[in-house]
Design a protein around this ligand. Structure first.
Ligand code: NAP
Length: 348
């Protein structure tokens, strides 16, 4: 018997879709991803990007406070015992995701810890293949595989992740270690300006490091960067190394010049990447309509429909604009409702 709905992805979009689909008695089967070194290095382990973030202060319903007793009572003991200690200052990304996962499981979601590596939409039911080579069939599919932030690929970047290196200023910018300190943002697009502007509220100075002598950002955003007295653009510069030590994490950055200038070292307690994202959609290439930047194309405004009838997309795999946990969860809910209504209309 084919599944009624398969969900691929285990970030806020996947869990929200699972909670709604399970409560609609669709008995969803969810693939949360495989726990492999390859996925760790790519930032695509189960639970996704939000799990890489420390405190989450902008997800509604979780004001700062000690959640310990709640986490202990809500999350199944085996998984709770494997979680990092709660720091008593509000919910962390992993904690929020464990709560979402538990909520989906409580309503009967069946969870498989494996990657989906291939899909076949040529017939019905759809067929998905996992990295272990297993095949599953489904009447409807919800893709919520997210996106991953692009990194430069420096070993020092990997070393200081969660110790000053971040690819999400909105997630991490307000943390104490970044307050009234110099910070570095790499990139010259709209996101880099937006993130520099955001960080300038906390930082003593934000060095925006850009590899050319002209920003890619739109004129209005570029003006915002130029007009902000706390943003200092380092033109024609690329990052050679992130400097730091085990105790303090990031302490600075060494920059090379693309214009023949001498290398430059800057003191900084934070290093933020803003050089774009890559959606996790490679396994969908040629099978569903993607945008130029490889995001899944929503074909109808305010619906999660894709170019393949019966396949719905949610979260950052289809959204290169908002990219927030709460918007991902919102579109996950929409995808489950769309799938439920589509299945009902088809009598499936
Ligand atoms: P983006 O426009 O692709 O810009 C990426 C930036 O990172 C570019 O300046 C690029 O340099 C730089 N970069 C890429 N790889 C690099 C590397 N390996 N080393 C150093 N620098 C590197 O991406 P985005 O800023 O994330 O924006 C994505 C989309 O969202 C855009 O369409 C943007 O307009 C939109 N957006 C809009 C707003 C807004 O309107 N408020 C806010 C955020 C995002 P080069 O310029 O040299 O290629």
């Amino acid at each position: 018997m084919p599944e009624r709905v398969i969900i691929i992805g285990s970030g806020p979009a996947g869990w929200a879709a699972a909670i709604y689909a399970a409560r609609a008695a669709l008995e969803p089967l969810l693939f949360e991803g495989a726990i492999t070194e390859e996925n760790r290095l790519a930032g695509t382990l189960p639970l996704g990007q939000l799990a890489l973030s420390t405190e989450v202060e902008n997800y509604p319903g979780f004001p700062v406070g000690d959640l310990e007793a709640y986490l202990d009572s809500a999350i199944e003991k085996g998984r709770r015992s494997m979680m990092a200690p709660h720091n008593k200052e509000g919910a962390s990304g992993p904690e929020l995701l464990e709560l979402m996962r538990q909520q989906a499981a409580n309503f009967g979601t069946r969870i498989v810890t494996d990657d989906v590596t291939d899909v076949d939409f040529s017939g019905r039911p759809f067929r998905v293949t996992t990295s272990e080579g297993k095949q599953h069939e489904a009447q409807a599919l919800i893709v919520a595989t997210g996106a991953r932030a692009n990194y430069l690929g420096l070993p020092s970047e990997e070393k200081y992740k969660n110790q000053g290196v971040s690819a999400c200023a909105v997630c991490d910018g307000a943390l104490p270690r970044f307050r009234n300190r110099p910070l570095v943002v790499v990139g010259g697009g709209d996101s880099a300006v937006e993130e520099s502007d955001y960080l300038s509220k906390f930082a003593s100075v934000v060095y925006m490091v850009h590899r050319r002598d002209e920003l890619r950002a739109s004129k209005i955003m570029a003006k915002r960067a130029m007009d902000n007295p706390k943003i200092e653009i380092q033109w024609n510069r690329v990052v050679d190394e992130i400097l730091g030590n085990d105790q303090d994490g990031v302490t600075g950055v060494r920059l090379n010049s693309t214009a023949g200038e001498d290398p430059l070292e800057l003191e900084a307690s934070g290093f933020f990447l803003s050089i774009g994202h890559t959606p996790n959609t490679a396994f969908l290439e040629g099978k569903i309509e993607l945008t130029e930047k490889k995001y899944i194309k929503w074909t109808t405004p305010w619906r999660t429909y894709t170019s393949v009838e019966g396949v719905f997309a949610a979260g950052d795999a289809a959204d290169d604009y908002y990219r927030q946990a709460v918007t991902a969860a919102g579109t996950g809910c929409m995808a489950a409702l769309d799938a439920e209504r589509w299945l009902a209309a088809k009598g499936l």
